[in-house]
Design a protein around this ligand. Structure first.
Ligand code: ADP
Length: 197
């Protein structure tokens, strides 16, 4: 090694970066059916946390499937790979002291367990954004249920691809019962203690 240069002996630690940001980094993972409210609540949660001084990064289909995962489809294998990469990206943010809000269906126990093992159980807050299929289908915010029912989308979760509801999530939010504002308040009550010093 060239003695004129001083090379860092190690990466700055997660703990040091958390102190710098005065927050505890977590991966907040919203799972649930299409139309359950993951994106809506994820975006609201980010704004509310930002206003309270917390730095978050939303990871969702818009910024992941269009970029790092644009070579992936919706087959079983591609869904696993999609979630694996999302979890690895979240882990990078985590080690930088930044809270991620992941809005991905993550349809099976197995896929969610893989994500948990990548980011570490102690770092994960898994949130089940829960609404009955019939409510999600009535909302049909993106018109995707209609297309799936018409046979124009294959492997659409809930219609012709499995969704296994989380059995014991850290937080469960019933979006068919509570208003958006109520859901956001519930989330803030549960999450703020987890991310504060
Ligand atoms: P997802 O990201 O899970 O596919 P979206 O957030 O895109 O779902 O869509 C959820 C839809 O449901 C939005 O149109 C939203 O306005 C509506 N909605 C009604 N009540 C709620 C609630 N309590 N929480 C979240 N979304 C709700």
């Amino acid at each position: 090694m060239n003695s004129h240069h001083i090379y860092p002996v190690e990466l700055l630690s997660k703990e040091l970066k958390e102190k710098h940001l005065t927050q505890r980094a977590k991966v907040i993972w919203f799972t649930g059916l299409s139309g359950a409210g993951k994106t809506t609540l994820g975006q609201r949660l980010e704004k509310e946390l930002f206003a309270r001084g917390f730095l978050c990064q939303i990871l969702d289909g818009d910024n992941i499937r269009s970029g790092i995962n644009k070579n992936l489809g919706f087959s079983e294998d591609d869904r696993v790979e999609n979630i694996r990469r999302v979890a690895e990206v979240a882990k990078l943010f985590l080690n930088c002291g930044i809270i991620t809000i992941n809005c991905f269906i993550a349809p099976t126990h197995q896929i969610r367990e893989m994500a948990a093992s990548i980011v570490g159980n102690q770092n994960l807050i898994d949130v089940f954004i829960d609404a009955p299929m019939s409510v999600c289908e009535d909302r049909d915010t993106k018109g995707l249920y209609r297309l799936a029912r018409a046979g124009k989308i294959q492997q659409f979760t809930g219609v012709n691809s499995v969704f296994e509801p989380p059995v014991n999530p850290s937080i469960r939010i019933q979006t068919d019962i509570f208003t958006i504002d109520q859901c956001v308040d519930l989330l803030l009550d549960k999450i703020i203690p987890e991310i504060s010093f």
